[in-house]
Ligand binder design. Structure first.
Ligand code: GLV
Ligand code: MG
Length: 307
């Protein structure tokens, strides 16, 4: 995992690569990361223009402090190799990651890794500087998710693609992210989300939730984001300015939890180093090494979010 993976990805903005107005607007949004989309938000006839627009937008700059990403087309299309070559040759110095959608096997990630290595050598970029984010969007990808997550040291995150996933398993609903009608015995997405989260964590990757398409319903976005944040996901795609603040808030710890986590770290550090004790009381709470690890997770998310 490269160093940038430790950076916050609470909000990941989807920006259609073929739409200059959206690209301009995106520069002003306080997101942690964004991707210029060459895939499903771009019509077939616009694919080539979108590549050039993405290169220009990256090189023009104005993205300070944000993770700069492009989503290429998936490997069943004729576009992928040219997407990668055009974008990385044209703007590799201003690009942090590529998103590879609809990943169904580890070999697809390895293909991208090898191609990136060749381009980095050819244009004199630091070897390995471009990271990879793999979208898991169908049953095949989920079945192979452990191998996919271990396929390359360039991998920084696994991204759940709910819309494609729901379509691919024939889910009987049209509302992305909401429970399918008729299923009232729990969360229909729990298995998928946990499978992705386990594969990500077992390989030191971030786990990112996909989009919520009812963009004006911010309360529903908050509920959807709140569920994956509670499981441990690191962030979520946002499609609209109204979703940005909610994502930044929901995937960071609350101020009380963050303060408490720092307190636990200080108290446990004092206990182990100064008093040489492995277990200690903080108020009514018994702390041990496992408490320190839990506190470290919350504190790290808070620090990455600038708390
Ligand atoms: C995103 O790519 C999705 O399919 O939900
Ligand atoms: Mg998709």
């Amino acid at each position: 995992m490269s160093a940038v993976a430790a950076r916050s990805r609470r909000s990941v903005l989807a920006v259609p690569g073929s739409n200059p107005r959206f690209i301009d607007k995106a520069r002003g949004l306080p997101v942690d990361a964004f991707f210029l989309d060459l895939e499903d938000a771009v019509a077939s006839a616009e694919k080539e223009n979108a590549r050039e627009a993405a290169v220009a937008a990256l090189n023009e700059g104005g993205w300070e402090g944000r993770i700069r990403t492009v989503r290429v087309n998936d490997l069943t299309t004729a576009w992928t190799y040219r997407d990668v070559i055009t974008v990385v040759e044209g703007a590799g110095a201003n690009l942090d990651c590529l998103v590879l959608p609809k990943v169904t096997s580890a070999s697809q990630v390895r293909w991208l890794d090898i191609l990136l290595t060749q381009i980095e050598r050819a244009v004199g970029l630091e070897p390995g500087r471009i990271g990879i984010e793999a979208q898991i969007e169908d049953a095949r990808g989920l079945i192979d998710v452990d191998d996919i997550a271990a396929a390359s040291p360039r991998l920084e995150s696994l991204v759940y693609g709910p819309a494609d996933f729901m379509a691919s398993i024939n889910m009987k609903t049209l509302v992305v992210g909401e429970q399918p009608q008729g299923y009232d015995t729990g969360d229909a997405y729990h298995y998928i989300l946990m499978r992705i989260l386990m594969a990500a964590r077992a390989n030191g990757l971030q786990a990112i939730d996909g989009p919520y398409l009812q963009v004006r319903d911010v309360d529903a976005f908050r509920r959807s984001a709140g569920r994956t944040a509670a499981l441990g996901f690191d962030g979520k795609w946002v499609l609209h300015p109204a979703q940005v603040d909610a994502a930044n808030e929901i995937y960071a710890p609350g101020q009380d939890d963050y303060d408490h986590a720092e307190l636990i770290l200080d108290a446990y550090d004092h206990a182990t180093r100064v008093q040489r004790r492995g277990a200690v009381m903080l108020g009514d709470e018994m702390l041990d090494e496992a408490s320190r690890k839990m506190a470290l997770v919350v504190a790290a998310k808070g620090r990455a979010a600038g708390m």
